[in-house]
Design a protein around this ligand. Structure first.
Ligand SMILES: Cc1ncc(C[n+]2csc(CCOP(=O)(O)OP(=O)(O)O)c2C)c(N)n1
Ligand code: SF4
Length: 300
């Protein structure tokens, strides 16, 4: 039986604003199927975003949602998770949102290992604002702000997240939705900060300027550039050019999760305070007893 997306979507928000064929649709559907497969209750789940085409996603899903400011989704999501650690929190960000204006928050979220899942829709461009280059725009490719080609080297986002301390980092792409769903599902189940970088098509803003204006052609190109991690590791640096690895790139189940670490800290602090008040109360009792005894002996 085909999956029924209807309960997960706010029908009143349709039609969506995304261009026909945009990769964000494939990713949102994979994310919804993953949450459903994990048995996530919509009332116990929050989806948070910043600003951008990708960041419109929470507007379309029927659950607790926050559409926040550009680059700050992870800070709002951290607040939600700290206030309600029992809730599931997922963030969806574009590459500009996550790695340019939000790059600072990204590395600190990785470092803290808070139990949030971040799905980065890496389409290599600022889609919403007209095709300015982002930190993941491939070198030499054209953008509205790089009509003769981009000279900046691009970030390997997944490696950045691993280096910053994220404890589940996977990469997938929009050309294989089944595999993408698996990578997201694993991330949702992981306790700690999980990142799924999804290589995606923005045929409108990147493709149009780089000979891939058709979404199907661009998705095929992305799929052709994807290499399973075990194969990628055997490639020479020259053979790796233009390719990217897919799969679970890193997982660490040992590192303490931030909300739990904070809860333990609160417990330790409370115990110390209780101990201190107990000592004060004990001294007060002794003092009072001495005073009473002193007064009594004075009478004698
Ligand atoms: C503080 C601030 N700076 C700049 C903008 C303009 N702005 C909106 S979306 C965006 C970039 C979106 O690109 P990305 O995050 O890659 O998402 P996409 O649209 O490609 O999904 C920018 C620069 C803004 N809204 N707020
Ligand atoms: S501009 Fe690009 S990212 Fe935005 S909806 Fe269109 S295809 Fe998708």
């Amino acid at each position: 039986m085909p999956f029924d997306y209807n309960p997960w979507l706010r029908q009143e928000m349709m039609p969506h604003i995304w261009c026909p064929g945009c990769g964000v649709g494939i990713i949102l559907k994979s994310l919804i199927r993953s949450m459903d497969a994990c048995g996530w209750d919509r009332d116990a789940t929050a989806m948070v975003s910043g600003i951008g085409c990708t960041s419109r996603a929470p507007g379309y899903v029927d659950m607790n949602t926050l559409h926040t400011t550009h680059g700050r989704a992870l800070t709002f999501a951290t607040g939600v998770k700290m206030a309600a650690p029992e809730k599931n929190v997922v963030v969806i960000s574009g590459d500009g949102d996550a790695a340019a204006i939000g790059g600072n928050h990204l590395i600190h979220s990785c470092r803290r290992n808070i139990d949030i899942t971040l799905v980065i829709v890496n389409n290599g461009i600022y889609g919403m604002t007209g095709g300015q280059f982002s930190p993941t725009t491939p070198s030499d490719s054209k953008a509205a702000t790089a009509p003769y080609g981009n000279i900046d080297p691009s970030f390997d986002l997944a490696q950045l997240c691993i280096a910053a301390g994220a404890t589940y980092v996977a990469r997938a792409h929009v050309g294989n939705a089944v595999f993408l769903e698996k990578m997201i599902r694993n991330g949702l189940k992981h306790k700690g900060f999980s990142v799924i970088e999804v290589m995606a098509n923005c045929h409108t803003q990147w493709g149009r300027r780089n000979k891939f204006p058709d979404p199907a052609d661009l998705i095929e190109k992305i799929a052709a550039d994807a290499v399973p991690l075990s194969v990628f590791e055997k490639l020479s640096p020259e053979e790796r050019v233009g390719k990217f690895s897919v799969g679970v790139l890193y997982q660490n189940k040992e590192k303490p999760e931030y909300c739990e670490a904070y809860h333990n800290l609160q417990e330790r602090a409370m115990n110390k305070m209780r101990e201190a008040s107990r000592k004060v109360a004990e001294q007060e009792t002794l003092k009072t007893r001495d005073e009473i005894l002193g007064a009594t002996s004075g009478e004698n």
